[in-house]
Design a protein around this ligand. Structure first.
Ligand code: LMR
Length: 391
C-alpha cells in the first residue's frame, strides 16, 4: 500500500527539531520548538509535578479505565483554572484529550460534524497545525489580519474588519494568550470588541489556550476567554497543560464548551473520544488534578510557574537591550513588549537559513523565536548574529 506513497512533509516546527538534533555543533542555540528552558538550558520536571507523581505512585492501585471523557475531577479543576467564575459549572461541558492538539482536533471535528458548512477563521499568522488540521478535516477556512509587522503590534482594525465577514455558526479561532507565533495579544478592549462582533454576527469563538501563566500570570492570561464566556452563549476552548505544567510528553489537554446544552455536548465529546482514541491518557491529567486541588502543591506550582514566566520576560528584556547595543537603534524594542515564548523577529526565510547555517542559531522559518531558548551566555552571541544578518 505504501510503495508509491510520498509521505507528507513534516511542518516547519517538526522539521526544525530534526535539523537541530542532527547538528553536531556544541554551541548551537535552539530557539525553535515551543518548549520552556531554564537559565541552565534545561526543560525540568516541575517540583510540584514530581511530588504529585510520587504520591500517585504510592496510592494508585489500579490502572483500569476511567471514562471516555477522562476524570471529571480533572475537567472541573481545568474549568476553574481557565474560566474561574465566568460561567456556572452547569453551563460548561468538558472532556479530557491527549494534549492540547487533540483538544483542538476534537473541537474542530465536532463543529465539522454538526455544522459542515461552517468556515473556521484563523489569524494570519498562526500555529501551523491549525490550518493543517482544518484542511485534513476538509473544513472551509479563511484568514483574518492579526499582526502589524511594521509596529510589532496587533492589527486591530484589520482583524475586526476581516472578522466582520464571519457568518452565523462560523468558528473564530483565537489564541487565549501568548499568541503563537507573534507574541502579540489582544488587550481587554479588543476582547470586548471580539465579543461584540461574535454577538452581532453569530460567529462562535474558539479559544486555543496553550500558554496560560506564561504571559502576565494565570488570572490575567485568562481574562480574554473569561470575558467571552461571560458575554456569549457558546464558546469553545481547547487547553494544553504541556507548557504551564511542563507535561509535554504526557499529553494532557482538555476541551471545554460553554453551552446551554451541557449533557448533549458531553455526549458528543465522549463519542468522538471513543472513535478517535477511546480514553484520554490519565497519568498527567491526574497530576494536574492533584496539584490544582491541593493547597501546598498548588502554591508550589504557581510559584515555579511564576519563576518561569519571569525567566522568559527577563530573556526578552536582556535580548532587546543587547540588540539596542548591537544595532544602536530600538528596532527590536518590541521584543520586550511581547508576551510568552514567541516573537516574530522580522527575519526572511533566507536570513533564518543564514542564522542557522552560519551561526548555529535555530529559528522557525517564518522568523519565530522561542525566547525561552535564550541563556545569559547565548544572548550576546544571538544579538550580534541578528544585528549582522538582519542589518
Ligand atoms: C510550538 O508551537 O512550537 C509548540 O506548540 C510545539 C508544537 O507542537 O508545535
Amino acid at each position: 500500500m505504501f510503495e508509491t506513497v510520498t509521505p507528507p512533509e513534516p511542518d516547519k516546527i517538526i522539521r526544525l527539531m530534526g535539523m537541530f538534533a542532527a547538528d553536531p555543533r556544541v554551541d548551537k542555540v535552539d530557539l525553535g520548538v515551543g518548549v520552556y528552558r531554564s537559565p541552565e538550558g534545561k526543560t525540568p520536571v516541575m517540583a510540584a509535578v514530581k511530588a504529585a507523581e510520587r504520591a500517585i505512585w504510592e496510592r494508585q492501585e489500579s490502572k483500569g479505565y476511567v471514562g471516555l471523557r477522562g476524570d471529571p475531577g480533572f475537567i472541573e479543576a481545568m474549568r476553574r483554572l481557565i474560566l474561574g467564575d465566568a460561567v456556572p459549572e452547569a453551563r460548561v461541558a468538558g472532556a479530557g484529550t491527549p494534549g492540547g492538539t487533540a483538544a483542538v482536533r476534537q473541537v474542530l471535528e465536532s463543529v465539522h460534524r454538526l455544522q459542515p458548512g461552517a468556515t473556521v477563521w484563523i489569524s494570519d499568522p498562526t500555529w501551523p497545525n491549525h490550518p493543517a488540521i482544518i484542511d485534513h478535516l476538509g473544513q472551509k477556512r479563511r484568514s483574518y489580519r492579526y499582526y502589524d509587522a511594521a509596529s510589532g503590534s496587533l492589527d486591530r482594525e484589520g482583524m475586526l474588519a476581516d472578522l466582520a465577514e464571519a457568518r452565523r455558526g462560523d468558528l473564530i479561532l483565537l489564541h487565549g494568550c501568548c499568541h503563537n507565533p507573534t507574541g502579540v495579544d489582544p488587550a481587554l478592549a479588543d476582547w470586548r470588541a471580539l465579543a461584540d462582533l461574535c454577538a452581532r454576527t453569530g460567529a462562535i469563538p474558539f479559544v486555543d489556550m496553550a500558554y496560560q501563566g506564561f504571559g502576565d500570570g494565570l488570572e490575567a492570561d485568562a481574562a480574554g476567554v473569561r470575558l467571552l464566556a461571560e458575554a456569549l452563549p457558546e464558546v469553545f476552548v481547547a487547553a494544553s497543560c504541556s507548557k504551564n505544567f511542563g507535561l509535554y510528553r504526557e499529553r494532557v489537554g482538555v476541551v471545554l464548551i460553554v453551552t446551554e446544552a451541557k449533557a448533549a455536548a458531553e455526549g458528543v465529546l465522549a463519542g468522538m473520544n471513543r472513535q478517535n482514541f477511546a480514553f484520554p491518557p490519565d497519568h498527567g491529567a491526574r497530576v494536574v488534578q492533584d496539584i490544582l486541588s491541593d493547597q501546598t502543591l498548588g502554591d508550589a506550582w504557581r510559584a515555579e510557574l511564576e519563576g518561569m514566566r519571569e525567566v522568559m520576560a527577563g530573556n526578552r528584556r536582556a535580548l532587546a537591550q543587547a540588540l539596542r547595543g548591537a544595532t544602536g537603534s530600538d528596532r527590536f524594542g518590541f521584543l520586550a513588549a511581547h508576551r510568552g515564548m514567541f516573537s516574530l523577529i522580522g527575519a526572511s526565510p533566507e536570513q533564518v537559513d543564514i542564522l542557522r547555517e552560519k551561526h548555529g542559531i535555530y529559528l522557525v522559518g517564518d522568523g519565530r523565536m522561542n525566547v525561552a531558548g535564550l541563556t545569559a551566555a547565548a544572548i550576546p552571541r544571538v544579538a550580534a548574529a541578528l544585528a549582522e544578518v538582519l542589518a
